[in-house]
Design a protein around this ligand. Structure first.
Ligand SMILES: Cc1cc2nc3c(=O)[nH]c(=O)nc-3n(C[C@H](O)[C@H](O)[C@H](O)COP(=O)(O)OP(=O)(O)OC[C@H]3O[C@@H](n4cnc5c(N)ncnc54)[C@H](O)[C@@H]3O)c2cc1C
Length: 473
């Protein structure tokens, strides 16, 4: 019996190599392996090969080649996504394993246009590189998150990433002026002119934002920058509970112009981070709850900070203030190291949810009760972006394929009128529960869009929507 699949794959490898050059088609299992496992290690699946096109024209040719043979594609940027969207799932019995398209070589970064405060960046440009380029022109890129050294522009657009500064600048969507993208039939659409006003029909760029690689491959984007705010102060508060943390956020929002981050975490996370990172204790005592806030402005924000502190009932011993870059980095570490610390403990179930801010304190109590009752003995570590009502619920203990805790937490969120995904997206992890946050008619409309743009379900099958090959109705 001839090995038909092997023959087809060898031909595919040769054809892809003719487009990108053989060095950018990875077939060897050792070379493919890092692309096949996600950051959390909870999601993985086999691929046929990895292809790394270097230009938009190459992306288009690659897609035409694969679509013509009904070979599915998984799109991958920095592979820091936390919902399994950047790696293959179980192979489709009819079509076999997908090809992974890595955007790592789409790394061109244009000059910063200081007059319009904009820049054009390739999909594979990392957030850290984008931030550095903006900084060198006296500007800043408004989105920031702890995965900055690996997360890419394309991945951040595809997931509509949030991060630390949403309460001031909004999520990735608010920074995208236009995208260049390749559709599932190889068509290139491009809106990179950076026009702030352009009411000429459907906003195709914004349609792609948050579509998790299911509608198009982003190859580049025109992005908004903001003026750099060099006067930065970071404050860490030790507090009795979530309600007190939200009261601090309320006062800062009212009194401080340059208020840009409010990050919440709890004693269990603080103790783990201190132990795992061999860090010194930032405050004299332990506290049930912590809040890291950041202010950044052109003028010295100390007077408005002092005025806000006067309104707060937090003792000096429960407050640490950093006014220089080294001190700020030190205080930020207690919050930013949560993700890596929790992953070092085991494979976490990561549930990134939002609640109406007014329900956040009740949710925090309820979710502790719920997790303890569904999986006694599980470790629960919570942290999040307090200003946005966004809590990251991390559970360690249940097996990777045991979805009991996920199911209980997401139903609790829905019962409290929250969203099952605040900023990480649906990916492969949460497709089962999409109906908890989206109505039947919304899901049907999403399916219709997917079917119109990708009728063969070539792009990221199994991500966001299941059964994508169903017809639009
Ligand atoms: C330590 C840590 C901290 C994090 N903090 C935050 C945070 O604060 N806020 C937040 O929102 N997220 C956070 N994340 C999640 C993650 O960093 C973001 O989701 C990021 O946007 C993913 O970018 P990426 O390049 O790694 O994308 P990937 O993980 O490679 O892909 C993510 C999704 O986008 C798709 N995709 C990737 N590139 C493209 C493209 N060019 N075109 C179309 N689709 C594409 C993939 O198929 C996948 O579905 C964090 C992750 C880690 C590990």
């Amino acid at each position: 019996m001839p090995d038909t699949r092997g023959l087809i794959d060898r031909q595919l490898e040769a054809d892809l190599a003719a487009v990108t050059g053989p060095a950018h088609v990875l077939v060897d299992s050792d070379l493919r392996r890092p692309y096949e496992v996600d950051w959390t290690r909870r999601f993985s699946g086999p691929s046929r090969m990895v292809v790394r096109p270097g230009t938009v024209a190459e992306v288009s040719q690659v897609i035409r080649l694969l679509a013509g043979r009904d070979v599915p594609l998984v799109l991958q940027g920095g592979n820091t996504g936390l919902v399994g969207g950047s790696v293959p799932g179980q192979p489709d019995p009819g079509r076999g394993a997908p090809v992974i398209l890595s955007t790592s070589r789409l790394s061109g970064l244009g000059p910063v246009d200081s007059v319009s405060a904009q820049v054009t960046a390739g999909a594979g440009v990392t957030l850290a590189r984008l931030q550095a380029a903006a900084h060198s022109a006296g500007l800043a890129f408004p989105v920031d998150l702890a995965a900055r050294d690996s997360a890419t522009v394309g991945g951040m657009i595809a997931t509509n990433a949030g991060g630390l500064h949403v309460l001031r600048y909004g999520p990735m969507r608010a920074q995208v002026l236009g995208v260049e993208a390749v559709l599932a039939d190889g068509t290139v659409i491009s809106r990179l002119s950076g026009l702030v006003k352009d009411n000429t029909g459907y906003d195709l760029s914004q349609l792609v934002v948050g579509s998790e690689g299911t509608l198009a491959v982003v190859t580049a984007a025109r992005l908004r920058l903001v003026g750099e705010k060099p006067q930065r102060i970071v404050v860490l508060f030790g507090l009795p509970d979530t309600t007190s943390a939200l009261a601090v956020v309320d006062i800062f929002r009212r009194k401080i112009d340059g208020f840009q981050a409010a990050e919440l975490f709890y004693d269990e996370g603080m103790e783990l981070v201190i132990e795992h990172g061999s860090l010194s204790r930032p405050l004299a005592d332990r506290h049930p709850c912590y809040l890291t806030v950041e202010i950044a402005s052109l003028e010295d924000p100390t007077p408005s900070l002092m005025s806000a502190l006067e309104d707060l009932d937090v003792p000096d011993t429960a407050t640490a203030v950093a006014i220089d870059a080294i001190g700020a980095e030190r205080l930020w570490a207690y919050r930013e190291r949560h993700t890596e610390t929790v992953s070092a403990l085991g494979v976490p179930h990561k549930l990134d949810v939002t609640l109406p801010v007014s329900s956040l304190a009740d949710f925090e109590k309820e979710v502790r009760r719920e997790v303890a009752s569904v999986h006694p003995g599980a470790r629960l570590i919570l942290w999040g972006h307090a200003g946005d009502g966004n809590l990251h619920v991390n559970v360690i203990g249940p097996a990777a394929d045991d979805e009991g805790v996920d199911d209980a937490v997401l139903h609790l969120v829905a019962s409290m009128h929250g969203s099952i995904s605040a900023e990480h997206g649906i990916g492969r992890a949460k497709t089962r529960w999409l109906h908890l946050s989206r109505s039947d008619s919304e899901i049907a409309t999403m399916r219709a869009l997917k079917f119109a743009l990708d009728p063969g379900d070539i792009l990221n099958p199994g991500v966001l929507l299941t059964d994508q090959r169903l017809t639009a109705d």
